[in-house]
Design a protein around this ligand. Structure first.
Ligand code: E4P
Length: 213
């Protein structure tokens, strides 16, 4: 499983990128709205210059025509832009057009296996099931990853599964075990998975022994 970072914050992206673990970035309108001092276009430009992998940029229009227009503009920013569209009939119409034009897509806000299957058949490069938001309403987000991974394997579907709406380290381990291709992870959770008390204790003991030699 690869790591994408789920943020539009440049400091977070730079730091995670320096760790050498980031294969892509996902943004959404809520994440971009937090970045007050920069335009959406400029921020995407900055991100695509730093990160080689897929950078998801979400359309705001809700009609297919509007999504196609916005998506084509976003795709002009850099070759590694992935146009993110919502899981709606219009979103899938736009996805089908982008697929024919060779523009990569990430179909977002997926909450069922059938939605993932539809998105894949429309030509989505990535499908994004939202684990945390399902858990929030008492459903099992991880079970959804298992189902989608199994269906895609049975039918030889090549769309990649991005485990999204990640809330804690256990989501990452489980998403990897259940067959997600990618986890898009907030910076906070990436930092959490670095640490283990025995690693910290081990470093302290090694240094103590070294200094007492
Ligand atoms: C993914 O592409 C989404 O931007 C994101 O994971 C949503 O996460 P949230 O449910 O924490 O807002």
């Amino acid at each position: 499983m690869k790591f994408f970072i789920d943020t539009a914050n440049m400091e977070e992206i730079k730091e995670a990128h320096e760790w050498g673990i980031i294969s892509g970035v996902t943004t959404n309108p809520s994440l971009v709205a937090k970045e007050k001092d920069v335009s959406f276009h400029d921020r995407l430009q900055e991100i695509t210059e730093l990160v080689d992998g897929s950078v998801s940029a979400e359309v705001i229009a809700l009609d297919a025509e509007g999504m196609i227009k916005e998506g084509r503009e976003l795709a002009k920013i850099a070759p590694n832009i992935t146009v993110k569209v919502p899981m709606t009939p219009d979103g899938l119409k736009a996805t089908a057009v982008f697929a024919k034009e060779g523009i990569k897509t990430n179909v977002t806000l997926i909450f069922s296996a059938n939605q993932a299957l539809l998105a894949a058949r429309a030509g989505a490069s990535y499908v994004s099931p939202f684990l945390g938001r399902l858990d929030d309403i008492g459903h099992d987000g991880l079970e959804l990853i298992s189902k989608i991974a199994e269906i895609f394997a049975i039918h030889g579907i090549e769309s990649e599964i991005i485990a999204a709406s990640i809330r804690h380290p256990q989501h990452i381990t489980e998403a990897a075990l259940r067959g997600a291709d990618i986890s898009t992870t907030p910076f906070k959770v990436l930092k959490q998975i670095f640490h283990h008390p025995l690693t910290d204790k081990g470093i302290e003991a090694f240094l103590k022994d070294w200094n007492n030699r």
